[in-house]
Write a protein that binds this ligand. Structure first.
Ligand SMILES: CC(C)(COP(=O)(O)OP(=O)(O)OC[C@H]1O[C@@H](n2cnc3c(N)ncnc32)[C@H](O)[C@@H]1OP(=O)(O)O)[C@@H](O)C(=O)NCCC(=O)NCCS
Length: 172
């Protein structure tokens, strides 16, 4: 299965162990992991451990800035138990507010549409994480229901907005 794709400014490709320094730069930042299910990585060794256990079926992608080759974020697109494709993403804080998340999320959706045959998509964001809500709305998601989600370790939970989208053809 093809595991790379290009958007205007980004290359989406599988994460590699050699990405550890770039990934740790954002995964170790508490502001980035604030609304993510993981706790900030305490050191680059923790990042290497995470990278080494990623499986192809996890649908994890590095978001690489084409101009510099730097991994500025990562995200995933995978088919959930309910048969829908769930997407998620996070970015290095230095690169926020430049449209990269919207571009990368549209890339993930296109990849899942073309290579996983996904037509139904879902996602969620903490209610107060309006930036992520904007990204999802710009990708075409609409409100499905309100709910809550928790961090993997249960240390924190959030009011959340659950969104979904059905695509008969790719709009971008
Ligand atoms: C959420 C996140 C991915 C957004 O990334 P980004 O690259 O800044 O997003 P974009 O530049 O594509 O912006 C998308 C929209 O959000 C808006 N936005 C960006 N940062 C914002 C902020 N801090 N507060 C409010 N809106 C914001 C942008 O203005 C844009 O909307 P507009 O084009 O209508 O103005 C990024 O902030 C991030 O990595 N956060 C930490 C991890 C995270 O929360 N992931 C999502 C979990 S559900």
């Amino acid at each position: 299965m093809q595991r790379t794709l290009e958007t205007e400014r980004l290359l989406l490709r599988p994460l590699a162990l050699s990405d550890a320094e770039d990934v740790f730069e954002y995964a170790g930042d508490p502001m980035v992991s604030q609304y993510m299910p993981y706790q900030p990585h305490p050191n680059v060794e923790a990042t290497k451990e995470w990278l080494s256990q990623i499986k192809p079926e996890d649908g994890e992608f590095a978001f690489v800035l084409k101009t510099t080759g730097k991994v500025i974020g990562a995200g995933s697109a995978r088919i959930n138990e309910d048969g829908r494709c769930v997407i998620g993403y996070n970015f290095n804080r230095l690169y926020w507010g430049m449209g990269y998340a919207t571009e990368a999320a549209k890339g993930l959706i296109s990849w899942a549409y073309n290579h996983l045959g996904a037509r139904d998509f879902s996602a969620c964001h903490a209610t107060e994480n309006t930036a992520s809500g904007n990204v999802l709305r710009k990708c075409g998601f609409t409100l499905e229901h309100y709910g809550r989600y928790s961090k993997f370790d249960g240390s924190k939970s959030y009011d959340a907005v659950y969104v979904s989208m059905h695509l008969d053809k790719l709009p971008y």
